[in-house]
Design a protein around this ligand. Structure first.
Ligand code: PLP
Length: 359
């Protein structure tokens, strides 16, 4: 494995390779909310630590109702999963597409699973010339394309398509199942109308996947959910996996976190203000181009060729700053890196380091 391309979540590997204690790494690569686990979740788990003696509710009824309240979807259209990862695999294996399109560069798991099932996949490129803004009219959808995968907002570009654009595809291509990974959607400005959750009640060719790892800062809990109005597909996803894949602590956390309006509000305020501040600061560094993001991370291009993203990664990791060298993503090269928003203090440390390297 190329050390600078280690998966965003793989702090253990980074810590082993570079000999840095995990707790000292400023992880600008993981895309996790810097506010940390909501206090409400900590308190609920601490108070109920003994629930490990029980199995989870096999139908996850209360959890699905909590997600329904939070998202506005119907509980019977919701499936809880072991992180969004379980649902990505689940939806792909339930639909079993023969021909798919993945809007790319994107999170690598979609392609990995599509390849695993032998699906012929076309990566539909987002172009640097268009600032990676998706053009839905350019999607090479053929009559026999049976799956379209969109990460929205997209990892690693932070760009997005609107629900309206998704609806136009769903309406026009009835035999196409559109799988939308909304892992980062809660970080986006609500006025952009990105989420396709509402559409799931109207169209049965849409599946929305959401996680809690990033926004609710709990990747170790492993909780995600899928939403689709297509109950046949949902049943297939459900029957294709093991029983009790969401453990009791994740089940409990999910019943608490979605009602923590204080945490949700604080996160939105922090991300919105830091997103604007970081943009302003990076825009002043002439050697860098930062793409517009509706997520909690930014894709950045090094314009002056003075250093590659991998070299930058190596310089920063010496200061315990972990960024993501984005070279391994399709259609990107050694000039791209990604970093996420952490606390204002940590963001200042990164900004200062970038100025030192490029000014
Ligand atoms: C776009 C996207 N989807 C899904 C995941 C996996 O998330 P989870 O922890 O919910 O399985 C990630 C993790 O980085 C991601 O970036």
């Amino acid at each position: 494995m190329q050390s600078s391309n280690i998966h965003g979540g793989d702090l253990d590997e980074i810590s082993r390779v570079y000999g840095i204690d995990k707790s000292r790494i400023m992880n600008f690569s993981g895309n996790v909310n810097p506010l940390g686990l909501p206090e409400s979740v900590k308190a609920a788990i601490a108070k109920n630590v003994d629930i490990a003696v029980n199995y989870p509710d096999v139908s996850y009824k209360s959890l699905r109702e909590a997600i329904a309240q939070y998202t506005g979807a119907r509980a019977e259209h919701i499936l809880a999963g072991n992180g969004s990862t379980e649902l990505i695999t689940g939806f792909i294996k339930a639909v079993m597409p023969k021909k798919s399109i993945v809007v790319s560069p994107a999170y690598s798991e979609y392609l990995r699973i599509l390849e695993q099932i032998g699906c012929e996949t076309t990566l539909s490129p987002l172009s640097a010339g268009d600032d990676f803004i998706p053009d839905i009219n350019a999607l090479p959808i053929a009559d026999d394309t049976d799956m379209l995968v969109i990460c929205n907002p997209n990892n690693p570009t932070g760009t997005y398509v609107t629900a309206e654009q998704i609806e136009s595809i769903a309406k026009k291509h009835k035999n196409l199942f559109i799988m939308i990974d909304e892992t980062y959607v809660e970080f986006a400005d609500v006025s952009k109308r990105i989420s396709a959750v509402e559409l799931t009640a109207k169209y049965d060719n849409i599946g929305v996947i959401r996680g809690t790892s990033k926004f609710f800062a709990c990747p170790g809990l492993r909780l995600g959910y899928g939403i689709s109005g297509n109950t046949d597909i949902l049943k297939k996803v459900d029957s294709g996996r093991d029983l009790w894949s969401v453990n009791v602590y994740a089940e409990l956390a999910g019943c608490v976190m979605f009602t923590d309006t204080d945490f949700i509000q604080k996160t939105r305020e922090l991300i919105n203000s830091e997103r604007a501040r970081i943009r302003e600061e990076v825009d002043k560094i002439k050697a860098l181009k930062m793409y517009k993001s509706q997520s909690n991370f930014f894709l950045v291009r090094i314009l002056d060729g003075s250093i590659t993203a991998k070299e930058l990664f190596l310089r920063l990791i010496k200061k315990n700053i972990l960024i993501r060298d984005a070279e391994s993503f399709p259609f990107l090269d050694e000039t791209y890196f990604r970093f996420c928003i952490l606390s204002p203090k940590e963001n200042d440390i990164l900004l200062e380091s970038l100025r030192e390297v490029f000014d």
